[in-house]
Design a protein. Structure first.
Length: 94
């Protein structure tokens, strides 16, 4: 059964940066760090895909997550208004 090893974020970043630099081959990096080459490719891809988020300004549209948060806050506001309306109507009948 294969071993599962949790590498720290710092270690993954170090390996991914070494892969991005392309000073050594992925095979050499795999031997140096004791990690499978496929894992190095995954970490490198993740680093490159997420690099643009490091340079977004506060308030800029970063991803769909922020839009979802805004939508959820709007829904909370609507539900609060409906709740207050229902409380008033219930008080009239109760």
């Amino acid at each position: 059964m294969p071993r599962k090893h949790q590498h720290s974020a710092g270690f993954r970043a170090k390996v991914a940066l070494a892969a991005v630099k392309e000073v050594r081959t992925i095979g050499e990096l795999a031997s140096q760090f004791g990690v499978h080459p496929t894992q190095i490719h995954k970490w490198k891809r993740r680093l490159l895909d997420g690099a643009s988020e490091l340079f977004t300004r506060p308030g800029e549209d970063r991803s769909g997550d922020e839009a979802e948060v805004v939508e959820l806050y709007e829904q909370i506001g609507r539900l609060k208004m409906e709740l207050e309306w229902l409380k008033k109507k219930a008080a009239q009948f109760g």
